[in-house]
Design a protein around this ligand. Structure first.
Ligand SMILES: [Fe+2]
Length: 250
């Protein structure tokens, strides 16, 4: 089975269309979305439409729940809050219903999908410390846990001695792809990065491909029409910073 796994589209239609075009050449059987389909970008409704068209299995991100009115966004920064309020006025009742009904965790075959961390998934923690990875590994009843939320691609593996190590999995700054072979024994946490607002210094959209037969995972990067995405953000009256950061990949 070949899974197309992506996260954090954040209403960036230009980035999402580029990713979907690239996926067409990859013989994907099933699509998975690790959350945050809306917020920040100027086309939340269009992105949700495409996700439903793909029949992508999605889990809830903090922006999804904030827009649906299920999460208090007082702790969001000002630009993120403004984007939440703006998005609430853009989307249809059907979109709002879709966001509201997203589950926090999805498990299937050998994988788990969650936006932030497997423990306290409704708190949307950012996975930044080794101890957090240990807590996730401890809770995993499947081989691989796919996440998003930080907008930074990452692969963590729990080896035989229980250590977390980081394989060389970072794609080059110019884009391209990075492939790792997955062992069936240890557990993995894989952050698939962000389609619509990468924050690892590389502005290209990130998306993942997991081949459960070949036991490989790839993170791809693809350039997209950033200028149009920026222009739409500015024309919508969203905070300028949200347009600026797309070019920076931050
Ligand atoms: Fe996000």
């Amino acid at each position: 089975m070949r899974y197309g796994i992506f996260s954090d589209v954040h209403g960036n239609l230009e980035a999402f269309q580029a990713v979907l075009e690239a996926y067409k050449k990859e013989n994907i059987d099933t699509y998975l979305c690790a959350g945050d389909s809306v917020g920040y970008g100027a086309n939340p409704g269009e992105c949700l439409h495409l996700i439903r068209e793909l029949k992508a299995q999605s889990v809830a991100g903090n922006h999804d729940w904030a827009v649906a009115g299920k999460l208090d966004c007082h702790y969001f920064n000002r630009a993120a809050q403004e984007a939440v309020f703006w998005t609430q006025h853009q989307i249809s009742p059907e979109d709002r219903n879709f966001l509201s009904n997203l589950d926090l965790v999805y498990s299937h075959d050998d994988l788990i999908l969650v936006h932030g961390t497997l423990y306290e998934p409704a708190c949307f923690h950012y996975l930044v410390e080794r101890e957090q990875a240990d807590r996730i590994f401890h809770l995993m009843d499947r081989n691989i846990c796919f996440i998003g939320h930080t907008h930074v691609p990452l692969v963590l593996v729990q080896d035989g001695e229980g250590r977390n190590i980081l394989p060389d999995s970072k794609p080059s700054a110019s884009g391209g792809r990075s492939k790792i072979e997955l062992d069936s024994r240890p557990r993995y946490i894989v952050n698939v990065g962000s389609v619509g607002q990468p924050r690892d210094g590389n502005p290209s959209a990130a998306y993942g491909i997991y081949d459960s037969d070949a036991r490989t995972f790839e993170i791809h990067r693809i350039a997209y029409d950033i200028e149009t995405a920026q222009r739409k953000i500015l024309e919508a009256g969203l905070p300028e910073f949200l347009a600026y950061r797309l070019r920076m990949g931050q």
